[in-house]
Write a protein that binds this ligand. Sequence first.
Ligand SMILES: CSC[C@@H](O)[C@@H](O)C(=O)COP(=O)(O)O
Length: 327
Amino acid sequence: MRTIDWRDGHIVLIDQTRLPGGVVEVAINSVEELVIAIQRLAVRGAPALGAAGALGAALAVRADPARLDRDLAALRAARPTAVNLAWGVDRALRRLAEGPDAVLAEALDVLAEDGVHNRSLGERGARWLTERLEGLVAVQTHCNAGSLACVEWGTALGVVRSLHGQGRLRHVYVDETRPLLQGARLTAWELTHLGVPHTLVVDAAGPTVLARGLADAVVVGADRIAANGDVINKIGTYPLALAAARAGVPFLVAAPESTVDPSVPSGDKVDIEVRDGAELLLWGGSRSAPSGTQALNVAFDVTPADLVTAIVTEDRVVHPARGERPA
Ligand SMILES: CSC[C@@H](O)[C@@H](O)C(=O)COP(=O)(O)O
């Protein structure tokens, strides 16, 4: 089942806020509804946001032409950090002159390519690891870069799935990924369904997992990759990269080419999303900090290129720590 798809003239998506409680599908009939779904993280993860952008553009061009510019601007701006969202909008609009059916066809191509690209980059990432590591491989990951973050298959979890398929995977350590628990709720849910052995740890334990030699590599996805190889991903990725360097284990980033943004020279130029402090201050509806406490809810961080051992995409491997640039 795809995370996001087009059915009977509208978008359907799995509401990720409802997992792991249950798989609940939501129908999206307008750009306005889609923007809300993106902002509340019902659909999330960079490649899935690319698909949402493309399908959202298809919805926009079928609606009232007087709203088109406003709808497209709202869609592009729904979340600022993952470059894939605006990329998906622009990709579908390439065929605007041919009419709404052509825009939809282009959007559906984006969805079809997602699974193909993810399988390819997953295999490339697994090969990169098995050429360097002996025996069974244990992986540490962060956030969710699985099929739920894409249309299907997954990026970092695509690497994990390839390793698992080859009988080369020992274990996956999953950071819970505060404050919205994409690791605990989504990655652990996916790995459970795949029959992949895994262990959940609090985010702060990630560096200790590496220091104790429990994981042989860190494998994560990305929301944006700057031209110099800086990697922008879920907050908490950068500490893992520091710990991986200290422990001498590779830090591997698995992402499609659509996540590379040649227009951004380095990570410090990327708009990092700051979300509502309530996500930190409330826990299951009750306060986790005294009333009046301020919260800074920074949703992403920048891992400098010199800590990124390799980036694998559907087309290539780039080694930023050796000075290679993705763009
Ligand atoms: C293949 S998904 C890569 C990233 O998008 C993922 O690691 C991530 O940081 C997602 O953040 P989210 O806030 O859940 O959209």
